[in-house]
Design a protein around this ligand. Structure first.
Ligand SMILES: [Zn+2]
Length: 284
């Protein structure tokens, strides 16, 4: 390696492959599976070290037992032609490995590391990813041979940003109400306007109240006792934390999108589920 600072390797797993992994986790909760995986280099250093790599495709071809899975060359040789026929562009990617650790957490065991070192090619790179459905969910690394022919193995990180797709309409609708809501931040709030938001959440309630001066006055008192903050759609950190927990369940496919939306509405009503899924709150 040329640099003193080893550059960081990040392996990106996009939605489709992420879902495929989740599916296999749900089918094989306590059994290891493995197969060839194709990795495409998206970005490398001047010296050629891969820093951004995408897991383009993988195919499970062996189901082992709780503690091991084995990928034999013969099995692999049989499936490769069909894979390359179906996805010719994989010929341009590096073929490596993926295997599951089901519920043991993803890490490189002694066997995993020696496999990676054994497979280190004289030219090119060999990527390996380990996946699990609990504890650490991903481990990834790359092996290669240096100019003396000695194998090296370097661990990297997996980035798996799976986001719900947000329709343009949803976004512009939310943008609009957000924009319309802004005056409540700056202007002196007026009681009728307030009633519109909080009089049972119903515009008619405030009209009725307005017809009766006495009730209106009482209402104004009781309302001014409640926190004005309540009229501002502030997103509290606690709500964002709840939202993150609920979103994780969606990513883990423990809940459906519909359940996600209703859980969000119930547990963290100020966090817009679609905007949250789109990463809107990440900057906050
Ligand atoms: Zn392993």
């Amino acid at each position: 390696m040329a640099n003193q600072n080893t550059p960081e390797l990040t392996v990106l797993i996009q939605k489709e492959m992420h879902n495929k992994i989740q599916y296999l986790h749900s089918r094989f909760e306590s059994t290891e599976w493995s197969g060839p995986a194709w990795y495409t280099i998206k970005k490398k250093t001047k010296e050629g070290f891969p820093i951004k790599v995408e897991l383009e495709y993988f195919k499970p071809i062996d189901l082992g037992n709780t503690g091991s899975t084995e990928l034999d060359g013969e099995k692999l040789g049989k499936v490769l032609p069909a894979i390359y026929k179906k996805f010719p562009k994989l010929k341009k990617s590096f073929m490596g490995l993926i295997h599951s650790h089901h519920n043991m957490g993803a890490f490189f065991s002694g066997t995993d590391e020696s496999t990676a070192l054994e497979q280190a090619p004289v030219e090119g790179l060999f990527f390996t990813t380990v996946v699990a459905h609990n504890k650490d969910k991903y481990a990834t690394g790359v092996s290669y041979r240096d100019q003396y022919g000695l194998p090296n193995f370097i661990e990297g990180e997996v980035e798996s940003k799976v986001k719900m797709s947000v329709s343009k309409d949803w976004k512009s609708e939310a943008d609009k109400i957000e924009k319309d809501a802004k005056p409540t931040y700056t202007t002196n709030y007026n009681i009728n306007g307030y009633g519109r938001y909080y009089g049972q959440g119903n515009i008619w309630a405030s009209k009725e109240a307005a017809s009766d001066k006495e009730t209106d006055k009482k209402k104004s008192e009781s309302i001014s006792n409640t926190s004005i903050e309540a009229s501002i759609p502030l997103v509290q950190e606690t709500e964002l934390m709840l939202a993150t927990q609920i979103y994780d369940k969606l990513l883990e496919m423990e809940i459906t999108e519909v359940q996600f939306t209703s859980a969000m509405r119930e547990k963290c009503p100020n966090v817009d589920p679609y905007l949250f899924a789109s990463g809107y709150y990440d900057q906050i």
